[in-house]
Design a protein around this ligand. Structure first.
Ligand code: PNW
Length: 694
């Protein structure tokens, strides 16, 4: 067993298939009965006692096997999973955090099998430790050697966009207004540079040229969203549909298909038809569900012959939190002085949103799946959360952060209900409901809804940008609303003032924390029993648009700031590094799934979309940040130019697509052929064996 243990320890990070014993029967029979193999007992030599020895040998052999098997199960099966992961150990908080987290939180037992890790850390010589440390080093300075062929050949590689951010043409061809048109136009004070996306990068008119840019980049997929109010200007079928609107997306889809690019389509990326906001307050009313399903049905019907990947909702959490808690996104509810709205509204919005998703999923299953055979998923936003300090309270805050930011939508589509912590805290007393918030103000899911919700996704879209710290906010007195219900505060720094990773720029919320993505995916898979594959529907980094200097041109804030030129942002080294490391993280996550992936051709992650295709309107950030792989010259006809990241992505994507698995299998077969063609000790003994048999 000790021998096996050393092998597991030394090689188990790379060896995923172990055979304990080869042919124990032959070993026993020839070695202890006929005596023709080592150790040569029994047989002519008459050494040993063939009446008992073979049984003793068999007994010990099979016990060896079972003990080694047990050893692996108990101490390596989980352990290797985390030891071959390069965890940022030398970060000050990490070791303490590791111990605390793993001992106190069931959340992390999956990746950090602490008991066995401790045993090993204690019992292995220091040189092993040093090597492990090296292996786990937190070092983004070298280049990860990630290649196209590290991913399955049918892996979706693309870039992402959303309608309001890129289309422009805000009132063309019969398009109705949506809540973001109205929010940005009525409340320019809520947008950093006071801007709107009435024109933005004018994708609506530049669509054909942009598809050529996509083609040049070599992506096989393109993520875009359909603007509901282009299809149904009044939000609902009874208000009429716009054929021009429908036709725009038909042209886009055809253009993509003609260039071998798969459309990956989001139905709702925050731009709700304003008519529905005015009629029944949009997502605050359960009436939204029927209207959403009718809209989805039109899209499935019109485009489903060519569109095989559908995302119902983009980031319902961000939509709820910024739109109904912070007041920074349309429809601008909650926020300072409107905390009362946040006692119930975010829960109602979340309830209606997730019911919209499930109902649209069901619609596709019932009426379209058989004929169109596409996949329908949802895109959720989630950070990797670390505790603000080693304090138990902050460790607990990590749990709350996952429950409120992610579980709010993930738990309903898993078990048909809210996360336990949400159920508990959202029902407690609040300023306007001191007796507690019952079903009349925060609805529960009905039995039918639960059934529709459970497992209502064919793939899980994840928007991953960064890790952040969860800081405990102790509850005192009655809840003032969602922010106090959730009992955590998000922080970009930990208690010692450290960021979670390298920042995209000073003052940003995006930090390079690629390695955390691996753990996040396994945490989600385990916690929510995700059977289907993941798609990373967004991942990207911003740069500042303004270079900090000012024109001396009066009071117009937009004109005052100097906007960066193409030359200034072209070499977007940080973005290239950011993308490379996230691809490396996905490669690692997929390779931990080796057995499944080789045997069942099932991969953990099946797609990756960089956010974003071009620079565009960054919601309440206006045009102050650029997320694009392609630069847009806002001052000169909105011309597009590739940044280094676009060129890097192109080069990466042009690599050999034959996946490594195929290479590994081919190599194995070739190696076998080579061995069997050459006489060797093995074949010598084989010959002997054959002679004996004869
Ligand atoms: C996502 N934050 O939104 C959206 O899906 C995109 O439309 C957006 O352009 C992209 O991420 C980049 O921001 C987010 O402040 C908006 O933490 C804000 C945040 C995160 C995501």
């Amino acid at each position: 067993m000790n021998y096996a243990e050393i092998c597991f320890w030394e090689f188990g990070d790379r060896v995923k298939n172990w055979v304990t014993l080869n042919e124990p029967f032959r070993f026993t029979y020839f070695g202890y009965v006929t005596g023709i193999s080592a150790p040569g007992r029994g047989g002519k030599s008459k050494e040993g006692d063939i009446e008992v020895e073979p049984y003793i040998v068999a007994y010990n052999l099979i016990n060896c096997h079972a003990s080694a098997y047990k050893k692996y199960q108990e101490e390596f099966k989980e352990l290797r999973r985390q030891l071959n992961y390069e965890y940022p150990r030398e970060n000050s908080w990490v070791m303490g955090y590791f111990t605390k987290l793993c001992e106190s939180s069931p959340l992390f037992t999956y990746h950090y099998d602490f008991k066995s890790l401790k045993i090993y850390l204690d019992s292995f010589p220091s040189f092993v430790m040093a090597e492990e440390k090296n292996l786990l080093a937190y070092n983004y300075n070298h280049d990860p050697k990630v290649q196209r062929r590290d991913f399955p050949s049918d892996f979706m590689f693309g870039v992402g966009t959303s309608a309001y951010q890129i289309e422009g043409a805000w009132k063309e061809d019969g398009k109705g207004l949506h809540i973001w048109d109205c929010f940005a136009l009525r409340h320019p004070e809520n947008i950093t540079d006071g801007s709107n996306a009435c024109v933005t990068v004018d994708f609506y008119h530049k669509m054909k040229e942009d598809v050529q840019v996509l083609k040049k980049m070599g992506v096989n997929s393109f993520r875009f969203s359909i603007s509901w109010s282009r299809i149904l200007p009044g939000g609902k079928v009874s208000m009429g549909k716009s054929l021009e609107g429908i036709n725009f997306y038909n042209k886009l889809i055809d253009e993509l298909k003609a260039n071998d690019i798969e459309p990956f389509v989001t139905l709702f990326h925050w731009d709700l038809p304003n008519a529905l906001e005015e009629e029944y307050m949009g997502f605050l009313s359960p009436k939204i569900v029927d209207d959403f399903v009718n809209y989805a049905e039109i899209c499935f019907w019109e485009y489903g012959d060519r569109v095989k990947n559908w995302v119902t909702l983009n980031e319902p959490f961000r939509f709820t939190y910024y739109g109904y808690v912070k007041g920074r996104f349309a429809p601008g509810r909650g926020g300072v002085n409107h905390e009362d709205e946040t006692e119930t509204e975010p829960y109602n919005v979340a309830y209606n949103l997730i019911n919209c998703h499930a109902a649209a999923y069901k619609k596709y299953q019932d009426d379209f799946k058989e004929a169109q055979n596409g996949k329908v998923g949802i895109t959720l936003d989630v950070n990797f959360f670390k505790p603000f300090s080693g304090d138990k309270k902050d460790v607990k805050a990590v749990e709350y952060a996952y429950d409120f930011m992610f579980g709010l939508f993930m738990e309903p589509i898993t078990s048909g209900d809210w996360p336990k912590n949400v159920q508990k805290f959202a029902r407690m007393g609040s300023v306007h409901y001191p007796q507690g918030r019952n079903e009349s103000v925060i609805p529960s899911f009905t039995i039918d809804q639960k059934e529709t919700l459970k497992q209502s996704y064919d793939f899980l879209g994840i928007n991953y940008y960064t890790a952040s710290f969860a800081k405990s906010v102790e509850s005192s007195g009655l809840s003032k609303g969602f922010e106090t219900d959730m009992r955590y505060e998000e922080s970009v720094k930990d208690i010692s003032g450290n960021y979670a990773g390298e920042p995209a720029f000073d003052g940003t919320w995006v930090f390079l924390c690629a390695k955390e993505l691996v753990d996040l995916l396994f945490y989600i898979k385990k916690t929510y029993k995700v059977e289907n594959y993941f798609v990373i529907t967004e991942n990207g980094a911003p740069e500042e648009n303004e270079d900090g200097s000012y024109f001396d041109s009066g009071n117009d804030p937009e004109k005052k700031k100097v906007i960066k030129t193409y030359e200034q942002v072209k070499d977007d080294e940080f973005r290239v590094k950011y993308i490379k490391w996230h691809l490396e993280a996905i490669r690692r996550a997929n390779s931990r799934w080796t057995v499944d992936s080789i045997i069942w051709k099932k991969h953990l992650v099946m797609g990756y979309f960089v956010w974003s295709f071009t620079d565009s309107y960054e919601w309440s950030g206006g045009y102050t940040q650029r997320f694009g792989l392609n630069y847009v010259d806002y001052k000169n006809n909105l011309l597009r130019y590739p940044k280094s990241s676009a060129l890097w992505y192109k080069k990466f994507l042009s690599g050999d697509k034959t996946s490594k698995e195929t290479h590994v299998l081919t190599e194995a077969i070739q190696a076998e052929d080579k061995v069997s063609g050459e006489p060797s000790i093995t074949s010598e003994s084989d010959r002997k064996k054959r002679k004996i048999k004869a």
